[in-house]
Design a protein around this ligand. Sequence first.
Ligand code: EPS
Length: 385
Amino acid sequence: MIRYLSGGESHGPELTVIVEGFPSQLKVSKEIIDEQLKKRQQGYGRGLRMKIESDQVEITSGVRFGYTLGSPITMHVVNRDFSHWTDKMAVWDSPPESLKEIHRPRPGHADLAGAIKYDHRDIRNVLERASARNTATMVAAGALARQLLAAFNIQVTAHVVEIGSVKAQSVPRDWAELVATADASPVRTADKDAESKMMALIDEAKANGDTVGGVFEIVIQGCPIGLGSYVHPDRKLDGRLAGALMSIQAIKGVEIGLGFEAARRFGSKVHDPIAHDGSRYMRPSNGAGGLEGGVTNGEPIVLRVAMKPISTLYKPLNSVDMVTKQVEPAAVERSDYCAVPAASVVGENVAAWVIADAFLEKFGNDSMDQIRDAYNAYLERVKQR
Ligand code: EPS
């Protein structure tokens, strides 16, 4: 239904996103997109780059007088750091004399496989695009999607539940409190007690020239029953969410609801009994994480996403120089020590994108009025069931 293409190198002039398939008549706010972009830049454990950038979106098509037109929406996020890279990242000029090629791939990064696949001698040609800088485009697209969802009272949030070995123990059940606590936390966790331990672990990683990963949880509330489908594998919403989240840089795992824990329990301790409160079906538990058979069941969608530690280590692991074939320490590129808080912002916006796609698939994607009519008619039908 909706799709986007992005382009841009980490130290090139800008990141560009073209979103296609969005309905007309959606009132969009630049402030909401910029707010998400700003959140993505924050988080304890980020490196120096984020002091240079001040990510903001510029929209050059598809929006008129603050409303979407139904035509492609083109968004730009400028890389302020480009001013320091004009010769090294020049589009037309020849490489400068001073250019230092990168020949020692970083274990864990796309460097080695990318250099071989695309036949690059200078690994910079790989790392610039493989960089998590591009997650800004995912956030910009997702921030449009979350505005569409908000028009139908569907809300998306995320909070960090683990950094390395430190786990959040108690998380507020109330939505507003969960959002406010995570927003106020430098590591975007909703557990105040875990927060300082998480920050101490990030400090430890930094002091050792190391990095640390973690897990964040995404919660989506307000989805109607019936988004996605069970009829064909590529229409299953659980697979689409997991696929999109796994495509974010450094993500290594996605759990839905109980996730891996469900595999360790008897069925009677996993599945959620079905009840009816007189007006709607409901569940006393949510082990399914809001998805059964690849379809939303009306309960909150709960996803947990695992991020590996960032692969650029200031104390590098061994690598091989791809020109000399000598064993050498991997190249060091300025980077972060921990980007799990930032990844949680990316994750919630990516999830918003997938849910918006499924929503428009069910209710149409031409104009907001038509979608609203279809949505309200569906809710009426659901009431009769
Ligand atoms: C960035 C994410 C990281 C940062 C990058 C900006 O990307 P990578 O996956 O390449 O480590 O390192 O910053 C730099 C490349 C830099 O020059 O500091 C982001 O989220 O914007």
